[in-house]
Design a protein around this ligand. Sequence first.
Ligand SMILES: *[C@@H]1O[C@H](CO)[C@@H](O)[C@H](O)[C@H]1NC(C)=O
Length: 303
Amino acid sequence: MKLVATILLLAVLGVTSDAKNIRATPITDEELLALSKDLHINDVNGAIVKLDLQGKTTIGDITTDNAPSRLFVSDLADVFTRPTFAAALELFNNYARNYSVQEQFTPEQLAEEVAFIDLVMETSVMQVLHQFLISKGYFTEDVQEFKQFLWNKWFARWSVYVPGVVASSGWEHTYLGESGSDEILYGFESWIQVYNEEEYGHLNYLGYIEVIETESTTVLSLPILLNGNHVSYKPFSNLNVGVSPELELALGTLCYITRDGVDEPCVFQTSDAIEYAMDVHSIDYNGVNYIENSHTTFGEEED
Ligand SMILES: *[C@@H]1O[C@H](CO)[C@@H](O)[C@H](O)[C@H]1NC(C)=O
């Protein structure tokens, strides 16, 4: 539990390391293609997910239903018992989606976040990423240092919607999504949560906007309408359906480290060499840069 102790100390001191190593060498587009393909090939925990795409729709159309049936055909109960999926799912109830509500930050929540990071670091996906970043001078062999970096960038809390209300983290924004007094939903880019919301009966799939189908994954954009206790919507969300939580984290981390602040997406490749793009947005809060949102993209602008 060394990481827990370090994070607690840093959280108390209000310090987070902002590792951007000056010895690091730039990573080329060709290297991003090759590495991302390698990460996809290593994604043994990834799920083969059967979708029923049905009708096509357009950005922001939440009034026409072009898809009478559900999106997800596969039952993923077994997949969700795989250790990294189970650890990711443990995190969902740790955050309030309402960005007007200050986030709780309990030792139990921190322990779950650390357990998740520990588990994903045992996968070959995260180890391949770590070794690549070491070879390029971004990190040392110190695994604790890399775990600390992951926690800082994805799990440290920040404030953006309501001044003084610390209601967000990159992982929460990307996976759970955030909404507040109006009906607009922000973030919400994880296929796992879209699956969950459809299972709960909170999400009515309305059709797809764009799709890239590959041998193992489906890159998909779709409008989102949630009808839970609170109605909220998003003109479109971009998913990478089938990737494991570790691959989703690895790709977002890679894009953040190599292309943050660059006005171009990361172009990645699947295991069968099909190209798709990913965007990671960051945010500065109290002088530290954090991941805000991480998702595949078809080139549209989004929050
Ligand atoms: C979010 O929280 C604020 C402040 O507590 C409250 O006024 C608002 O109704 C909440 N919104 C939803 C959708 O629960």
